[in-house]
Design a protein around this ligand. Sequence first.
Ligand SMILES: [Zn+2]
Length: 380
Amino acid sequence: MTLTALRADRLFDGVTCLDEPTVLLDDGRVAAVGEPVPAGVEVLDLPGATLLPGLVDTHVHLAFDAGADPVAALAARDPEAELAAMADAAQAQLRAGVTTVRDLGDRDYSALRLATDLTVVAAGPPITSVGGHCHYLGGETTDVRAAVRERADRGCAVIKVMASGGGLTPGTDVLAPQFTDAELAAVVDEAHRHGLPVTAHAHALAAVAQAVRAGVDGIEHASFLTADGVEVPDELVAAIVRQRVVIGATLGIVPVPGAMPPPHVLRHLPAFRATLARLIAEGAVVVAGTDAGIGPVKPHGVLPRALVELVGLGMSPLDALRTGTTTAARVVGLGDRKGRLAPGYDADLLAVAGDPVADPAALLEPVAVVVGGRVSEVAR
Ligand SMILES: [Zn+2]
């Protein structure tokens, strides 16, 4: 038995802040939290820092390298080079204190083959229509039930479906659904039959509405786009709140000189922000889910910035911390192992310089990351 203790100035356990900022680790698990460190136990002291659970990003693409053209870069890689690039992406996540991710679109199930210390919940290639959004990842189908069954058989833990077109796929329509009502309902029915949640990529208002009607568990982007701009009907917001549909906000932007989000996104950014602020205010389940990897402004490990942005949209700092830990862990199906510092939980921790409850920007300064009980990164 190897006991190790961490001690900082403050501690957030995934739900609240505790008075005694200590965590005792026993091999790969949390043994005790908020208790005086027993004599004789080795202590890693982190003066000035705050301890919190390792962060959880509900929407990343490890197969995309966050370069100027991640789709072309992936196309140029053979499966071995793809796995090497994904391992680099995983390391970047860990360095930022993100210890669990949900990969919502790899190529040909590569995320299931990746060996990494990062905990990865994988969707496999997103289910899409023929020639539809991200078809090049290998998820085109005309038989959605068979597509869901294949993912269940291979060990995917979530079903990702492209309910509208998307910016990374020229020729697809971000203003229109890709599937019929019956097809999308069949995706949800077949997935739930296999015990898997469904999250739908949806930019179009029509696709968001269709996804809510179909009973999806989550919606990524939820851009509510129409030909005239962004339109957010009251009854649709009410249904999202009532059905507890998880909104993956795809927040998190790192300023990179010369790199900007595409014009169609930039133009609507104020409206997207207003929509998210409204969903938060009305009590919808909103997680940051960054879409890390899809471009230079969205590098792997961008989640801390997204949590800061949530505070800018009206979420309290404490709720933003809960969203990036407890809530996100529950959304990815690991709420009993990840996202909290409590006895029996996996020993995935982050320590940041300063107090993220007083100033969420403290999340951008990791000083230590612990994965499975091992200190993997310490910067002082
Ligand atoms: Zn995505």
